[in-house]
Design a binder for this molecule. Structure first.
Ligand code: NAD
Ligand code: 44H
Length: 488
């Protein structure tokens, strides 16, 4: 119901008739998504704007029931509190060129907060109707050590090995144990996070956890996983910034009702999935996803070109006082650095993915970043740098060094991260948040934060980020110091 032009009624199945049918795409009838077939760990903004949309479109195009989603939130009950009163309905507000558009998605049919609803989570894992477990838990949610395996020194992982289920990998293994005990059959576990080889990474972490359990217990679940669980890889792409109150107000005007679980996204979306599932999958190809034999060239292209450049713009942009990525890319110097990173450092390291032109890809990336309607904050992209840099930039650095080249532009991006950590302020003196699981280590590694050599040397010594090889590379250190002299 609208009062003086302002929507006050909350979105739900019961209030769908009040939604402005003339301009809003409505969800399919509930039957299509009623049966939960997908358990999703980490129901943040991205999942709602990406996988859930692909899955709903696939269900509609193929008239396929049985792939409703149960979304699990780990860190707070906020998303459950937003979705439950709305019968799990939410809208995606698409912001591109021209007027925004909005659709209501109905593919999520249940939500739960793992910390308070452990038995419900276990029951979902043990349900034969659930044939897919998918994840978007952020890079840090994998709790990897410096060798890429499970960090067994992490206190949450250690507590999970003693019987808990708080870490993502702990939740997965405890859930798979319940599935095995219930003879619920094979299942696929699909990571949708920005990690290279995310399927293989996750398989390794799960097996590391199994091996660290008491031997009889670990052997039993480990061999069951080997026989019954597939870990396909996937490359995901859609820019989904954190939702703001202004977005919610705009959406309410378009919808005619209030949506507390709204997500905002660019029009572009892409999903490349390794077609290696243990127990079926939705017909995602009917919704525009690419099901392929080998995801790796696509993953490398996306992580190094798009995400690496995103980080460069985030750190340089934040230091220059830009609030959003679009503002950063409208600065000619930063746009040129972004182009040169892609062309001169990243492109020579890439294998050409089938059907994609690397140069054209780079151009579309910059066009997407320039979208002013999205308001993706530089500080949001900048968070968790210690987890993101190794995947998005240091892979490029290593490949260029191995080819005998100096990775000038990738070094600039890494130096910008170092300056962001060390200075802690933008050029107007405003504080920059250091939101990172290694924040304390990073702060102590930079010392007083003003001497370029000390900053570079201190941060290069953080082994989880740089390993021993990059710490010892004189070419890389010299490039970093050169850039830090300009940035600090
Ligand atoms: N937002 C995007 O544009 C985008 C695009 C492509 C891929 N992704 C992937 O999706 C991830 C999530 O992005 P989002 O926009 O949904 O973020 P979000 O902040 O909205 O949600 C993050 C989710 O991860 C969970 N999480 C956070 N830290 C965790 C931890 N330590 N252990 C377990 N779970 C944890 C939270 O509970 C939440 O469900 C990204 O990190 C990235 O890997 C995001
Ligand atoms: O989501 P994150 O935190 O891994 O990284 C921030 C952005 O670089 C990222 O979300 C991109 O917007 C996204 O990967 C585009 O598909």
């Amino acid at each position: 119901m609208a009062a003086r032009g302002r929507a006050v009624t909350r979105l739900s199945r019961g209030t769908l008739p009040e939604v402005r049918h003339d301009r809003v795409q409505l969800p399919p009838p509930p039957a299509l998504a009623q049966q939960v077939g997908i358990l999703h760990l980490g129901i943040g903004a991205f999942h709602r704007a990406h996988q859930a949309v692909f899955t709903e479109d696939a269900a509609l195009a193929s008239d396929q029931e049985g792939w409703g989603i149960c979304g699990v939130t780990q860190r707070s009950a906020a998303v459950v509190d937003q979705l439950r009163p709305q019968d799990c309905l939410y809208a995606v507000l698409e912001r591109g060129v021209g007027d925004p558009s909005v659709r209501v998605v109905g593919q999520v049919s249940d939500v739960l907060f793992a910390a308070e609803e452990g038995p419900r989570l276990t029951a979902r894992f043990a349900d034969p109707a659930v044939r897919l477990v998918t994840l978007t838990v952020t890079e840090k949610g994998y709790r990897r050590g410096s060798d890429g395996g499970l960090d067994l020194t992490d206190p949450v992982v250690a507590a999970d090995l003693a019987g808990g289920a708080r870490s993502t990998v702990g939740q997965l293994v405890r859930g798979l144990q319940a599935r095995r005990a219930a003879s619920a059959g094979p299942v696929s576990v699909l990571s949708c996070d920005n990690l290279t080889g995310n399927g293989e990474v996750l398989r390794r972490l799960v097996m590391d956890f199994c091996r660290a359990l008491p031997s009889a217990e670990g052997d039993a679940i480990g061999s069951w996983v080997e026989q019954h669980v597939a870990f396909p890889s996937s490359m995901v792409d859609r820019i989904v910034p954190a939702t703001t109150d202004a977005d919610r107000a705009d959406a309410a005007t378009l919808l005619g009702v209030v949506d507390q679980a709204l997500v905002v996204a660019e029009p572009f979306r892409q999903w490349v999935v390794e077609d290696a599932f243990a127990a079926g999958r939705p017909a995602w190809e009917r919704a525009g996803a690419d099901l392929v034999d080998d995801v790796e060239p696509f993953e490398q292209l996306k992580l190094r070109m798009l995400n690496g450049t995103h980080s460069l713009l985030a750190y340089l942009g934040a230091l220059r006082g830009y609030e959003t990525i679009a503002e950063a890319v409208s600065d000619a110097e930063l746009a040129s650095a972004a182009q040169r990173l892609m062309r001169e450092d990243v492109a020579p390291t890439l294998e050409q993915p089938p059907g994609l032109d690397v140069t054209a890809y780079g151009e579309t990336v910059l066009e997407r970043f320039a979208n002013p309607a999205l308001r993706h904050r530089t500080t949001q992209v900048a968070m968790d740098g210690s987890q993101k840099l190794p995947l998005r930039l240091l892979t490029t650095v290593r490949d260029r060094l191995a080819a005998g080249a100096t990775p000038e532009w990738a070094s600039l991006a890494v130096a910008a991260w170092m300056a962001y950590v060390a200075a802690g302020r933008d050029r107007h003196g405003r504080q920059l948040p250091l939101d990172d699981p290694l924040a304390d280590r990073l702060r102590s590694a930079v010392g007083t934060g003003s001497d370029p050599v000390a900053v570079a040397t201190g941060l290069l010594g953080v082994r989880e980020v740089f390993g021993d090889d990059l710490r010892d590379s004189a070419v890389f250190r010299d490039a970093l110091v050169r850039h830090l002299k300009e940035l600090l």
